[in-house]
Design a protein around this ligand. Structure first.
Ligand code: FNR
Length: 380
C-alpha cells in the first residue's frame, strides 16, 4: 500500500510484518521468555490518563526540544537497534537520511550492519548530530579503540548500554532457523507429491532437532564479548578518561540506579528494559519514570532523563514528558518503517508522530514542551 495511506505507526508495522523475511521478523519482534515485559511496555502507557487544561492559547505550538544540547524537531530520538539491513539493503542509512530530513537524532548501534564510517558519511549536513550506542568489550583496550573510532568520526554522544551484559532468552529468535528448516522440508514434500524434482526430504537435515541448537540466538552471538563486570566506580571514570563526549547510561531500571548515575556525574540516563528483550518482568520504562518523579524529583535537575520501550503514539511521548522525561526513544518502529518503505518510511513515521504530538499538546493546553508538567497526568 502507498505510504500516503499510512496513518499510524501500527499501519506501518503491519506492512513491515508482511515484507520482512521470517528470520528478520523473528529477530526484530522477539523479546525475552514469554514476552510479558514487551507487551507490558506497550500496555503500561494506557494506565496513565491526562488532566487537560483548557482556555489557553495554543495557535502557536512548538514541539521541538534539545537533547544533550542538540536541537530535535520533536522530543523523540531513534534508539540504537542492531542489524537494520535485515529489513532493507540501505539499513541504518535510511534512518540517517530520514532523521536529517525531519530534524531528529539517530543513535547508532554498536552492532549496526553498516560501518560506523559509512553511517557517518551518510549524514546530510556535516553538523547533523549522531549518537553512538556502546556495548563495552571486556577488554578495555578494544573498547577504547571503538570509542576513539566514533569520536574521530564526529559522533556526538556515547550511550553506554548496561542492561545487556548477557543476552535475554529470546525463544522466537532462537527457534527461527529450525522453524525455517521445517517449512523448507514441508515445501519440498509438497513439491515431491506434485511430481517435482528431487525431494529435499530425502537429504539428511543439516541439523537434527535438538542437536547443535544455537541457544545464544542472534543477540547472544552479537554481544558475546561484553564486559560482565562493569561498575560505577571503575567503568564511568574509564569512559570519561577516553572521551569528553556526553555520556548517557542506557538501561536504567530502578530509582536506586538513577540516583547512582546522577552521583557518578553522567549527562543522562535512558530508562529502558531494552524493549522487553532482556530481563523478563523488568518494569516498563514509564512506570520507573513515574516512581523516579515521585521519589527523587531532584534527579531530573542533575541530568537528562529519557525513556524507551513500547512508544507508539504521540500521547505516549507526552505522558513521558509530563513525568519529566526530556525525550523518548523508539527502536522497533524505526526498524519497521525503514524495512517497509526505506528512508521515506522514516520520514513518514516522524511526520505522523509530530502531528500526533502537536494535536496532543494543543488539547492539553500547552504551547511548548516545557509546559508539560506532572499535574497533567495521573496513574490509574
Ligand atoms: C534493540 N535494542 C538494542 N539496544 C542496544 O543498546 N544495542 C543494540 O544493539 C540493540 N539492538 C536491538 C535490536 C532490535 C531488533 C531491537 C528491537 C532492539 C534495544 C533498543 O535500543 C531499544 O531499547 C528498544 O528497541 C526500545 O523498545 P521499542 O521501541 O522497540 O519498543
Amino acid at each position: 500500500p502507498p505510504l500516503s495511506r499510512m496513518l499510524s505507526l501500527r499501519d506501518i508495522e503491519d506492512v513491515a510484518r508482511q515484507v520482512l523475511s521470517y528470520k528478520a521478523l523473528a529477530y526484530y519482534a522477539s523479546a525475552a521468555d514469554d514476552e510479558l515485559t514487551h507487551q507490558e511496555n506497550i500496555r503500561a502507557f494506557s494506565r496513565f490518563f491526562f488532566h487537560p487544561r483548557v482556555m489557553r492559547p495554543v495557535s502557536q505550538c512548538d514541539p521541538s526540544t534539545t537533547i544533550l544540547g542538540y536541537k530535535s524537531s520533536i522530543p523523540v530520538f531513534v534508539s540504537g537497534a542492531a542489524l537494520a539491513r535485515l529489513g532493507h539493503p540501505l539499513g541504518e542509512v535510511n534512518i540517517t537520511r530520514g532523521c536529517a530530513r525531519t530534524g531528529i537524532i539517530q543513535m547508532v548501534s554498536s552492532n549496526a550492519s553498516l560501518s560506523y564510517a559509512q553511517i557517518a558519511e551518510a549524514r546530510v549536513h556535516p553538523s547533523q548530530p549522531l549518537f553512538f550506542q556502546l556495548y563495552k568489550h571486556r577488554d578495555d583496550r578494544i573498547a577504547e579503540q571503538r570509542v576513539r573510532e566514533v569520536v574521530a568520526l564526529g559522533y556526538n554522544a556515547i550511550f553506554l548500554t548496561v542492561d545487556a551484559i548477557v543476552a535475554g532468552n529470546r525463544e522466537r529468535d532462537i527457534r527461527a532457523p529450525f522453524e525455517l528448516e521445517e517449512q523448507e522440508r514441508e515445501a519440498d514434500k509438497a513439491d515431491e507429491r506434485k511430481g517435482g524434482g528431487k525431494a529435499a526430504a530425502d537429504i539428511p537435515a543439516k541439523q537434527k532437532d535438538g542437536e547443535g541448537v544455537n541457544l545464544l540466538g542472534t543477540a547472544g552471538a552479537l554481544i558475546a564479548n561484553d564486559d560482565l563486570d562493569m561498575t560505577w566506580e571503575k567503568t564511568i571514570p574509564w569512559l570519561r578518561s577516553v572521551t569528553k563526549l556526553p555520556i548517557v547510561i542506557k538501561g536504567i531500571q530502578s530509582v536506586q540506579d538513577a540516583v547512582l548515575a546522577a552521583e557518578a556525574g553522567v549527562d543522562g540516563i535512558l530508562i529502558s528494559n531494552h524493549g522487553g528483550r532482556q530481563l523478563e518482568y523488568a518494569l516498563p520504562g514509564i512506570e520507573v519514570l513515574y516512581r523516579l518523579r515521585k521519589q527523587r524529583p531532584d534527579v531530573f535537575d542533575r541530568l537528562e532523563v529519557y525513556i524507551d520501550g513500547g512508544v507508539k503514539r504521540g500521547t505516549d511521548v507526552l505522558k513521558a514528558l509530563c513525568l519529566g522525561a526530556k525525550a523518548v526513544g523508539m527502536g522497533r518502529p524505526f526498524l519497521y518503517a525503514q524495512s517497509a518503505y526505506g528512508e521515506d518510511g522514516v520520514v513518514r513515521t516522524v511526520d505522523i508522530l509530530k502531528r500526533e504530538i502537536v494535536t496532543g499538546m494543543r488539547l492539553l493546553g500547552v504551547q511548548t514542551v516545557n509546559q508539560l508538567v506532572p499535574e497533567m497526568v495521573c496513574s490509574l
